[in-house]
Design a binder for this molecule. Structure first.
Ligand SMILES: Cc1cc2nc3c(=O)[nH]c(=O)nc-3n(C[C@H](O)[C@H](O)[C@H](O)COP(=O)(O)OP(=O)(O)OC[C@H]3O[C@@H](n4cnc5c(N)ncnc54)[C@H](O)[C@@H]3O)c2cc1C
Length: 486
């Protein structure tokens, strides 16, 4: 079981006064009724939950600054929250923390197609950013499968990716600037309309920092002209390892499809029942999408077909219509929801070199048999970002522990082959205690020094990312500090 740190008893004892101070600072924005804070007890890592001290829903950077200054002065921990879709427990609160939710901050502040940018408040959903520029012929590239719900601030905190990131990169490659409120309430602008400017690259530090360094309230994002067209092909194989080898061969040939997605047999079956996408009956499936003008698409798909044929696929089907393309993607995009019908699951997020795919897929099969738990795979194969889903039964005592131990072994395998613990979902509480598998003590210390600089009292999301034993002296320093009376 994942450990949570003990809440700060001194903060809990002052709960009433803290809530009153929050109300005085931001009337009409504070939720403290346990029936209403329930919705904020967990994120998409729903096996873990905890009621927060209170929830506050500000509407502007100025209001976020007012709240952080207050929590800083009262020495009250804070958990930033976008839409709560984190799969790593990143936005799960602790009992002594005030959740600052950005769901009311959804405005579009500026659209400048000539400069290829859009500026939005951080609570705006990912999909609605593309929606705001669609009519102008533009789109925002990072496309997490949760894009209907997840917010841009959460995407920046987790450096999120998606199916189309093979070609366009993840959030950090499409982020030009951010307005960030630091824990003491000061407001800083990082980056800007032109992206990287002079000075230290603090935007790069903030992107992927998992709510450890400040709260992003506004984001300036790169928008791209919509491609002339795009078309996927479905390729079915009789073994997962063969599909993995085919991915490596496509990349080695120098073709950069816009996406290469992988699904294994259990996932294909569940998805097919859920969405009726018309997937072939096989052991592994690739969705390879290319884009460009019709002749460019034809040429790239012909090359991919030639490569695929050398692996004896059991099916190769190019989409011939917009409807067919939409159906193919609907299946993939609904895969996580469909897998829910198989039982409870933990969704892992390791990244490996593409050439290690066959080895790691067969290693996962071995570990799955060893632990006696089914593992299904659906992931962004082109960039080596794997999402093994471990199926378990939350009602069977010990099953969650076994699933977590299996997950840890799979992530260790990713690190052993030269990969890393997370591709896009972040560390959160889920992988916090595995960080030592990837980083030497000096590496972790360097990262914690950055946190010290931004958040000296360790008030922001302090139970996340860093192993509890490694970060304990710093968190204790905060706990032992005499807090101002609320
Ligand atoms: C079905 C499903 C599919 C998914 N598919 C993908 C995928 O394809 N790719 C992918 O990358 N992820 C995916 N995810 C994970 C998740 O959607 C992303 O991590 C997403 O970026 C989280 O955004 P959110 O707004 O929900 O953030 P939250 O869950 O609310 O928060 C995530 C983290 O960011 C911090 N945070 C939130 N807002 C801010 C802010 N404004 N400033 C500072 N810190 C902040 C929180 O403290 C927390 O640590 C998926 C999740 C689900 C449930």
């Amino acid at each position: 079981m994942i450990q949570l740190p003990q809440p700060d008893a001194a903060v809990l004892a002052r709960r009433g006064a803290i809530v009153e101070a929050l109300r005085a600072a931001l009337p009409g924005a504070v939720i403290d009724d346990p029936a209403e804070t329930r919705a904020y007890e967990c994120d998409a890592l729903s096996a873990y939950r905890c009621a927060p001290l209170a929830v506050v829903l500000p509407r502007s950077t100025e209001e976020v600054a007012r709240l952080l200054r207050l929590c800083h002065d009262l020495r009250v921990p804070v958990v930033p929250r976008g839409a709560g879709t984190s799969l790593a427990g990143g936005s799960m609160p602790t009992q002594d923390a005030v959740v600052i939710g950005l769901s009311r901050m959804t405005e579009v502040l500026e659209i400048a197609p000539e400069d290829r940018l859009i500026r939005v408040q951080a609570g705006r959903t990912n999909l609605s950013v593309s929606g705001a520029v669609d009519g102008l012929g533009f789109f925002y590239a990072p496309d997490p499968s949760s894009q209907l719900a997840c917010a841009i601030g959460g995407n920046i905190a987790m450096n999120s990716g998606g199916a189309h990131c093979l070609k366009y990169g993840v959030t950090t490659n499409n982020l030009l600037g951010a307005r960030v409120v630091l824990m003491d309430g000061s407001v800083v602008d990082l980056g800007g309309p032109m992206g990287e400017g002079p000075g230290l690259d603090l935007l790069g530090v903030i992107c992927g920092s998992e709510g450890q360094l400040g709260i992003v309230t506004e984001a300036t994002l790169r928008i791209l002209p919509k491609p002339a067209g795009a078309r996927p092909a479905l390729i079915g194989f009789d073994a997962a390892e063969t599909a993995g080898a085919c991915v490596a061969a496509i990349i080695r040939a120098g073709i950069i499809p816009v996406a290469i997605e992988f699904m294994d047999a259990p996932c294909i079956k569940a998805t097919e029942e859920f969405s009726g996408a018309g997937y072939p009956d096989c052991q592994a499936l690739l969705i390879v999408e290319v884009e460009g003008t019709p002749p460019e698409i034809d040429e790239q798909l012909a090359l991919i077909r030639d490569i695929a044929m050398t692996f004896d696929p059991v099916a190769f089907r190019e989409s011939r219509s917009a409807d067919e393309s939409a159906r193919i993607w609907k299946g993939r995009k609904s895969a996580f929801g469909a897998m829910g019908s198989m039982g409870d699951y933990i969704c892992l997020d390791g990244t490996i070199p593409v050439t290690a795919l066959p080895t790691v897929l067969s290693g996962i099969g071995d570990l799955s048999r060893q632990y006696g738990l089914a593992v299904s795979n659906v992931f962004h194969a082109g960039d080596g970002n794997m999402h093994p889903l471990i199926i378990y039964d939350a009602n069977t005592p010990g099953d969650l522990d076994r699933a977590e131990a299996l997950g840890a072994d799979i992530l260790r395998l990713c690190v052993q082959v030269g990969g890393c613990l997370t591709g896009e979902h972040g560390v959160g509480i889920e992988k916090r205690d595995l960080m030592a598998e990837q980083f030497a003590p000096a590496d972790l210390e360097a990262q914690m020094l950055v946190k010290d600089a931004f958040d000296p009292h360790w008030l922001l999301n302090a139970a996340k990312v860093f192993p509890l034993d490694v970060s304990a002296p710093r968190r204790d320093r905060r706990l032992n500090r005499p807090a101002d009376a609320a």
